[in-house]
Design a protein around this ligand. Structure first.
Ligand SMILES: Nc1ncnc2c1ncn2[C@@H]1O[C@H](COP(=O)(O)OP(=O)(O)OP(=O)(O)O)[C@@H](O)[C@H]1O
Length: 873
């Protein structure tokens, strides 16, 4: 057996507790890493790998970082998805018998950050836990940096669990190995990086001790298990009381509008699909919040639109008040600016990591509350008045801090100078002694200058040598013999001490040390006293955040001419002159074309939208979904008027190739999504499918598209917007009573196509795909060849089983032929002449061709063959 030194033995024992984390092992002023940790850390952090004798023949790999720079290195490792366990010396070396005792004091993981630059102000950092129990999944999610905690349970369906998961976008997930693996495998490739931790500790003891029994009682077993998983992990990693996690928010997933991860991504609710940036998302547009808490709350609201009309109306009423009254809005914004991040401040106070500046920030924030409260009380909004009545001014906390903490406290509580004069008698005495000591030093300096006649003589202080008398080299000759004891030699000066100086120094330093100890003690006592008030402060923080969100929504609504929507529990969804708020904002002002949306029993519930590429189909369909979401979060909407029914769930299938789940084809993903739609959509859902049926052969694609539309129409009856390139599907309007054809208007002149972006009744008869290809700059030979082939298809389709003539008739605004090359016309004319037997044979072949089951390439080859036969005649 290998025999290591006692220190390495100790290291190995501690490391065994955290096999999946880097162990930062404190040795004096350094955190050291050993063995594989050292090899990997040296690579990841680009620090030198050395070796250390550990009792074995070969040196043990080692690398280290200075303790004062640790935060930076920890952040870099966390950012790369690692965990870091901090192991400290927990007794003083002089008190230790043998080797100093060391223990892990905290494990930092991506989901449990409390501070640092990785923690974004405007985004919650969640950690989630999930567990399968009986016929449900329990799901618990917490932001340790604010103390916010939510729990729910959903049916035992992975999709539903993923929906909850993506609504919170946690940075870490805990759970049993197989469940964690399933979630990992089903996340979109482009999702935010998540660290998955296998964790299955479900001993309820800690959770039951931590929360009051009446908070635990309403939880169903699945919720309780998920909560237990989470709390056990937090307790194991944080190694301390988690007293800022006080309030369990239990919710049912059907309290909110449901959306899957694909839909959230595609509607670009909180970040864009391509750059994954906030800029360009709905959140970016709506975020005029002043406080970080408001910013985070707004994000949560966007992720979870409401499902109760009364609750939405309450929000809209407050937004309306700020919308109408610019002066009040400005006033509110001004007072909010004085308020710091109360949620994270209170969490740090209760966690024991808040410093003097944090308490000062709390004091300044609390000082701004009365004015904020008054504005809300005086407003004509019932919602704001109710919020104001619930605002606890926490005046006691404010007075405790202002009595104790100086106006400009230092960063570290070990620096001293944090407590006000007059707060503590003994401390005041020590301060006096300290001040006297300093005065005495100044007096001594004056006396020494007089005695020696050296004007440049000075008394100084440094940490290593303490107080000293400094004399420049050129004056050394003037120094009298006797009491001066040499202490330090510099390039052009000597430093001395005298017995008198030493004696006074001892007194001053003792006073200073005691002062710092007392200050620290007083500070911690105050911090603990405030921590007792944590739930009051948290409640206040939440109310302030809510007021901030209302003013943010009102500010944006006023600036962009949004109008108040009216929500109903009914079925009809009517929007007049709707706009896509983000596309409108990023475009030149005034150039966005507004479009109506009418979805009801009378107006039709399925809109089949045809039209050229680039005409604005996807933008329009997204706009409908975004308006529904904005209305249900309680925001005004980009439209002239909106009377909309609640939407319980939005499904979108708006393709983007980079959104695939690992190992799946685009078509497969589309079919899987549609399977979920058919299973989960209700009459109150909104389904949006862009280019339904693409990705397989034309015939099959069209067949699937028709079957899906029929199913949505007949079986579910949900509001459905479908865009398609298969203009042949327009005939469905005749058989499906609630389906309406729409298309995007286009103006053609001189072989030029202008997109009018206007949604009009009727169907388009072409996609102008080849025209778009020309605009994109494809070689003219390809464009001409495409038109030739297309004409072949059209000639063939004219005798195919379904009638495209009707479709063309329905679409007056389109004049397709003007786009065809002149050279193609003779061929089209020939088909109309009296036919010879050979031609008849070609037509027979065409008639019998199984187009439905052909790929476009096979179809092209067929046309080519047939043309060749005609030419041979
Ligand atoms: N209502 C509108 N007013 C003004 N511009 C618009 C409007 N709708 C869309 N656009 C502009 O047209 C461009 C194309 O829109 P969109 O992607 O929605 O077209 P599409 O019909 O879905 O095309 P494709 O079928 O190729 O995806 C957008 O980038 C946008 O800038």
């Amino acid at each position: 057996m290998i025999k290591y030194t006692p220190m390495i033995e100790q290291y190995l024992l501690v490391k065994a507790e955290v096999p999946d984390a880097f162990l930062f092992f404190r040795l004096g002023d350094f955190y050291e890493m050993f063995f594989d940790d050292a090899i990997l850390a040296s690579k990841e952090l680009e620090i030198t790998l050395t070796g250390r004798d550990g009792g074995t023949q070969e040196k043990i790999p080692m690398c280290g970082i200075p303790y004062h720079a640790a935060e930076n290195y920890i952040a870099r490792l966390i950012e790369k998805g690692y965990k870091v366990a901090i192991c400290e010396q927990v007794e003083k070396p002089e008190e230790a018998k043998g080797i100093v005792r060391r223990e892990i004091v905290r494990i930092v993981t991506p989901g449990t950050l409390m501070e640092g630059k990785m923690l974004s102000d405007s985004v919650n950092n969640y950690i989630a836990a999930a567990i399968a129990h009986d016929d449900k999944y329990g799901f618990a999610v917490c932001d340790l940096s604010t103390g916010e905690l939510h729990v729910t349970s959903v049916e035992l369906s992975l999709e539903l669990l993923l929906d909850e998961f993506t609504a919170f976008a946690p940075s870490e997930m805990l759970g049993a190995a197989d469940l964690v693996e399933q979630v990992r495998a089903n996340l979109l490739l482009t999702s935010k990086a998540v660290v998955f931790t296998q964790w299955d500790s479900v001993d309820e003891q800690f959770t039951r001790q931590h929360f009051a029994a009446e908070h635990i009682k309403p939880l169903d077993p699945a919720c309780l298990y998920a909560l237990t998983l989470l709390m056990n992990y937090l307790s194991a990693t944080q190694k301390r009381m988690l007293s800022h996690i006080t309030h369990i928010r239990q919710y049912e997933s059907n309290q909110f509008m449901m959306m899957d991860s694909f839909t959230r991504r595609n509607l670009e609710l909180v970040e864009t699909v391509r750059e994954r940036s906030k800029k360009g998302s709905l959140l970016w547009l709506l975020d005029e919040s002043v406080t970080s808490m408001g910013g985070r709350m707004l994000r949560r609201w966007i992720e979870k639109p409401l499902m109760q009309v009364a609750q939405i109306d309450q929000r809209l009423e407050a937004v309306d008040c700020f919308y109408r009254q610019l002066i009040i809005r400005d006033d509110i914004r001004h007072h909010l600016q004085q308020i710091y991040d109360l949620e994270r401040l209170t969490a740090r106070i209760s966690y024991g990591s808040a410093n003097g500046r944090d308490l000062l920030a709390l004091q300044l924030s609390l000082a701004a509350i009365p004015a904020l409260r008054q504005i809300c009380l005086d407003s004509d909004s019932n919602t704001l008045q109710q919020l104001a009545k619930r605002m606890d001014l926490c005046e006691d906390v404010l007075s405790w801090i202002s009595a104790a903490i100086v106006d400009e406290p230092p960063v570290s509580i070990r620096d001293g100078g944090i407590i006000r004069d007059g707060y503590h008698e003994h401390l005041d005495q020590l301060k006096e002694a300290d001040r006297n000591g300093k005065q005495w030093m100044a007096e001594l300096e004056r006396q020494e200058r007089e005695k020696t006649g050296i004007k440049s003589l000075k008394i100084g202080y440094n940490r290593i040598f303490g107080y000293y008398i400094e004399i420049t080299r050129s004056h050394l000759v003037n120094l009298p013999e006797g009491t001066y004891e040499r202490k330090q030699t510099l390039a052009n000066a000597e430093r001395f001490v005298t017995p008198e100086l030493k004696e006074k120094e001892a007194l001053i330093l003792e006073a200073q040390e005691k002062m710092v100890d007392i200050e620290q003690e007083l500070f911690i006592k105050l911090r603990e006293q405030i921590a007792q008030q944590i739930s009051r402060l948290q409640q206040l923080a939440e109310i302030v955040a809510e007021v901030d969100v209302y003013q943010s929504l009102a500010t944006v609504s006023a600036a962009n001419r949004f109008k108040r929507p009216y929500l109903t529990d009914g079925y009809s969804f009517q929007v007049g002159q709707g706009r896509h708020p983000v596309v409108e904002t990023v475009m030149k002002s005034g150039s966005f074309v507004a479009n109506d949306t009418h979805l009801s029993e009378e107006d039709g519930i399925v809109l089949l939208i045809t039209g050229p590429n680039m005409a604005g189909k996807s933008t329009y369909m997204r706009q409908v979904a975004i308006i529904a979401i904005m209305a249900q979060i309680g925001c005004f909407v980009p439209a002239e008027h909106a009377n909309v029914s609640l939407i319980d769930r939005i499904f979108t299938r708006i393709g983007a190739a980079d959104d695939l789940i690992a190992g799946q084809s685009t078509f497969m993903v589309e079919m899987m999504d549609i399977q979920v739609m058919t299973e989960k959509a209700t009459k109150r859902s909104l389904v949006i499918i862009d280019e339904l049926g693409r990705g397989t052969s034309t015939g099959e694609g069209m067949a699937i598209a028709q079957a899906v539309i029929e199913f949505m129409h007949d079986e579910i009856g949900c509001k459905t917007l479908v865009s398609t390139h298969f203009h042949e599907l327009a005939h469905l309007e005749e058989t499906l009573s609630s389906l309406r054809n729409y298309c995007m208007a286009v103006r053609e002149s001189n072989q030029q196509v202008t997109f009018l972006r206007k949604l009009i009744p009727g169907a388009a008869d072409t996609s102008y795909g080849i025209y778009c290809a020309r605009i994109a700059g494809l070689p003219e030979s390809i464009i001409q060849r495409s038109y030739t082939l297309l004409n072949g298809f059209i000639a063939r389709e004219s005798i195919a089983p379904y009638e495209t003539q009707q479709v063309a008739a329905a679409a007056e605004p389109f004049v397709q032929l003007s786009l065809f090359a002149e050279a193609d016309k003779p061929q089209a004319d020939k088909a109309k002449k009296k036919l010879d037997p050979k031609t008849e044979q070609v037509i027979d072949e065409l008639r019998n061709a199984d187009i439905i089951n052909m790929t476009p390439l096979q179809a092209m080859n067929l046309v080519y063959e047939l043309k060749k036969k005609l030419a041979e005649k």
